[in-house]
Design a protein around this ligand. Sequence first.
Ligand code: PMP
Length: 299
Amino acid sequence: MSRPRQIFVDGHYVDAHNAKCSVLEHGLHYGTGVFEGIRCYNTEDGPAIFRLDAHLARLEQGALALGMNVDIAALHDAAQQVVLRNDFEEAYIRPIVYYGGGSLHLDVEPLDLFSVVAALPWTSHLGNKVVRMQSSPYRRNPARAIPPLKLTGGYVNSILAKRHATKYGYDEALFVDDDGYVCEATGENIFAVFGDEVVAVEHCDALPGITRDTVMALTGAKARRMHMVELRQADEVFLTGTSAEVVPVTTIDTHEYGAGPVTRRIQQAYQDVVHGRIPTRGHWLTYLSTYNKALRRSA
Ligand code: PMP
């Protein structure tokens, strides 16, 4: 995989090998940062970033929780520039804002804020990927302990659950709460299909996923809480996430599901929307050609 040549660091585009931080950054020690995972897809009209505004709005929410005053317009600009400057057609865009400098005290008010936006090359593939899940012995961070946003420190919870699942031969972990209600996966939301009915599983500790929101808009799926007993009775189960897109679940513990027709249809609809083939959803795409034209006009 080729690496990015240039990364946005605090208002400047720097060579990737010079984009470094100190071993004493607050964010490294305590996970005091907020990040996003965003995709840029190649479309008939060139590269376009999918739901950039929604991703940055969620980042801003996380930043507010940490008391950070983030320049969202600068990140919006940088997300486009890092793709253009690296000549990527498709990319995974990773903005991160974190505390650093100053001291290692837990009071973050006096600290410096660092902003980074990187783009990594990423080719989408409509493969036959399926997921085998283990219901995790780990519990999801409760929202009242760590809000379900993309705060860097919160991801230790996902990593512990994922390590456990893969150790036992599964691909992914499913968080279930103490009462048996389904929450989410370590980096994806979960849906269940009953006949033609598509249900977006809702849980107060789950991240409000943008792919989930997209699939709900495309299918009219309703959101509701779901117990594990009901999930086991579903005809199909699938996960949604920016990286995973829409992926069928074939196994949860010892229970098997078919990678069925409804999931396949939703996978195709999602590919159509991210690749700009559904004109009514064009507002979800930020076309980089528009950015280039605006730059030429202002030059
Ligand atoms: N849940 C968690 C814990 C995640 O990290 C992600 C990935 N961002 C998701 C769900 C899916 O969210 P999205 O569709 O916005 O990528």
